[in-house]
Design a protein around this ligand. Structure first.
Ligand code: ATP
Ligand code: MG
Ligand code: FE
Length: 334
């Protein structure tokens, strides 16, 4: 079963082909980070223009890498949302054009389902499972009792974890996207600065905007008093707070839901501090912890093909009226 996956929800134009949903035979990602860097974040209009320029090139490169033609592809999976509408539309329209021209089934994929299914490129999923989704726009604990079933048991009430990383990085004058820079700096410092840990007792929800403000205030107060503050200690303290909350809530949810596997998904899953803290927390527990390699954590199309493959087998189809849905919800019970 060959699935062509297409992803254009934000600032990566990506196409990939998977075989039987688990084996990658092509994976092409054209990143636009360099174009957005000087604006300190993703500029939607620039993103759309790059997607238009890159989409055909990226799809052709994927077919060439896999050494297959469109006639051998069984279905086309595409991210329908959530994301930037103008960015999503480029992928959706490319997928529809290919589906029409080659008479192939079209499978709509939720971007976060894609991040979760990146784990299936590493190992077979075992249900029930819990996915910790930590990305640029989402922080969620998702319970899955079977393929295609997504139940959000907790989510952020304000900023996403990646968003908090990027905003804190800006305050520390680091380039976009700030997550990897903070991560690197954190390992050079110590978590000696006292920052809040938003527990939101009794719920699996998250909140990172208060923590972000506390970091900003710490920097401003030090500036006003003319005191020096070690950026590596601030980075380490911020990271310690984020990681503590993410790990504790995940461990608690795993105990309550009695799952067999814990998956980690999204760009912040690339965080070294989070990865090692999760490994330590789950080392003594009877649950399998799965964390994808770094390149599958951030946006790519292999994850869309992986999720699309499962959805295709479940009979999920879209027709040529498929539209991009910027605020698409993941919650599906079936
Ligand atoms: P979403 O998936 O929610 O739509 P997105 O696609 O923009 O958002 P991803 O590509 O999953 O997000 O992840 C990008 C985010 O991951 C950025 O906020 C980036 O700073 C963060 N990130 C990447 N690497 C690291 C790291 N090592 N430590 C912390 N954050 C990181
Ligand atoms: Mg991105
Ligand atoms: Fe993403």
């Amino acid at each position: 079963l060959l699935i062509l996956g297409i992803e254009t929800s934000c600032d990566e134009t990506a196409a990939a082909i998977t075989k039987n949903g688990r084996e990658i035979i092509a994976n092409v990602v054209a990143s636009q980070i360099e174009s957005h860097k000087r604006f300190g974040g993703v500029v939607p209009e620039i993103a759309s223009r790059h997607h238009v320029e890159q989409i055909t090139i990226v799809i052709e490169a994927a077919l060439k890498q896999a050494n297959v033609t469109m006639s051998e592809i069984d279905a086309i999976a595409v991210t329908e949302g959530p994301g930037l509408v103008g960015a999503l539309l480029i992928g959706v329209n490319a997928a529809k054009a290919l589906a029409f021209a080659h008479q192939k089934p079209l499978v709509p994929v939720h971007h976060i389902a894609g991040h979760i299914y990146a784990n299936r490129l590493v190992t077979e999923l075992q249900f029930p499972l819990l996915a910790l989704v930590v990305s640029g726009g989402h922080t969620e604990l998702v319970y899955m009792k079977e393929h295609g079933h997504f139940e959000v048991i907790g989510e952020t009430r304000d900023d996403a974890a990646g968003e908090a990383y990027d905003k804190v990085a800006r305050v520390l004058n680091m380039p976009y996207p700030g997550g990897p820079h903070i991560d690197r700096l954190a390992h050079e410092g110590s978590p000696v600065i006292d920052l809040p840990r938003p527990w939101l007792e009794g719920s699996y929800d998250f909140s990172f905007s208060g923590l972000k403000s506390a970091v900003i205030n710490t920097v401003h107060n030090a500036e006003q008093r003319g005191e020096a503050i070690a950026p590596e200690d601030l980075a380490a303290s911020f990271q310690a707070s984020v990681v503590d909350v993410l790990v504790k809530k995940t461990v608690d949810a795993v105990a309550e839901y009695g799952v067999k596997q814990v998956l980690v998904a999204g760009g912040v899953a690339a965080n070294k501090g989070l990865r090692s803290a999760l490994e330590e927390a789950f080392s003594g527990l009877d649950v399998e912890l799965v964390i994808p390699p770094l390149s599958f954590c951030t946006d790519n199309a292999a994850m869309i093909a992986a999720a699309g493959s499962v959805m295709f087998e479940k009979g999920v189809r879209a027709d040529l009226s498929l539209n991009a849905i910027p605020g698409l919800e993941i919650e599906i019970f079936n």
